[in-house]
Design a binder for this molecule. Structure first.
Ligand SMILES: Nc1ncnc2c1ncn2[C@@H]1O[C@H](COP(=O)(O)OP(=O)(O)O)[C@@H](O)[C@H]1O
Ligand SMILES: [Mg+2]
Length: 231
């Protein structure tokens, strides 16, 4: 096994305003190795998005510790976590989250700029790699859902981050487009050597993964095969 890139120690999360007084995460111990492709399954409300948000340093745990590339998120502080997010993490969301007033190219450039280097050439290359050459000047509303998600993939990968977090990246796409996007996302991450952690409801995601994790009631279970996911 290679070096670990994501590490959590006894991670707990309770939202202050959570009505039923439950815990969103109940003691998550996770070690993810550089370059692994992880599929994270689980029913709605099981804690998947909470776990990704904590790994991204967007929210803090109630208890426990997170290390990203050897750095303790609590020790980094707010500013350090923001810098880490900009440089080391790429995000792909269910609803694409592109800025509507920026073109495809500008959306990708912005991500580079925030990471500390705004260069047209890598941005154009990233869009070419997701099959969007010729559409760089289009605004999000001038692109199909699948194309918008490909811009989001280019935006995530352009800064060559070691980690990509994807929360239901195909959740808003039809199944054919979803499979194409999934295929592209995994292929580009493998080529880049990026670690990919993707939350999904689509069972075919399982076939792309090196590791299969399932969340249930704030706990995490490792599955040895896709069969383990069958209801
Ligand atoms: N911002 C929040 N405030 C209060 N409760 C939340 C918040 N976000 C999520 N929860 C609760 O935490 C639990 C886990 O939610 P979430 O991580 O979104 O699950 P999933 O992504 O697996 O659907 C749920 O019970 C949900 O209602
Ligand atoms: Mg979610």
């Amino acid at each position: 096994m290679g070096p670990s890139i994501i590490r959590t120690y006894d991670l707990w999360k309770q939202y202050e305003d959570e009505g039923r007084g439950g815990m969103a995460l109940r003691g998550i111990d996770l070690e993810i190795t550089k370059g692994q492709i992880i599929a994270l399954f689980g029913k709605s409300g099981s804690g998947k998005t909470t776990l990704l948000n904590l790994i991204a340093g967007l929210d803090g745990p109630t208890k426990g510790r997170i290390e990203i590339d050897g750095e303790d998120l609590a020790v980094l502080g707010e500013r350090g976590r923001t810098l880490l997010r900009r440089k080391k993490l790429g995000f792909v969301f269910q609803f694409f989250n592109l800025l509507p007033t920026l073109t495809a190219l500008e959306n990708v450039l912005l991500s580079l700029e925030l990471a500390g280097a705004a260069d047209r050439r890598p941005a154009l290359e990233a869009l070419a790699l997701v099959g969007l050459s010729g559409k760089e000047g289009r605004f999000p509303h001038e692109l199909s859902g699948g194309e918008q998600q490909r811009v989001a993939i280019a935006r995530a990968l352009v800064k060559s981050p070691p980690i990509i977090l994807a929360d239901e990246p195909t959740g808003n796409l039809d199944s054919v487009t979803g499979t194409q996007v999934l295929d592209l996302l995994v292929r580009r991450c493998r080529e880049a050597g990026a670690t990919l952690m993707m939350v999904s409801h689509a069972l075919n995601t399982c076939e792309y993964a090196d590791r299969i994790l399932r969340m249930s009631d704030g706990r995490i279970f490792e599955e040895s095969s896709c069969e383990g996911l069958a209801p």
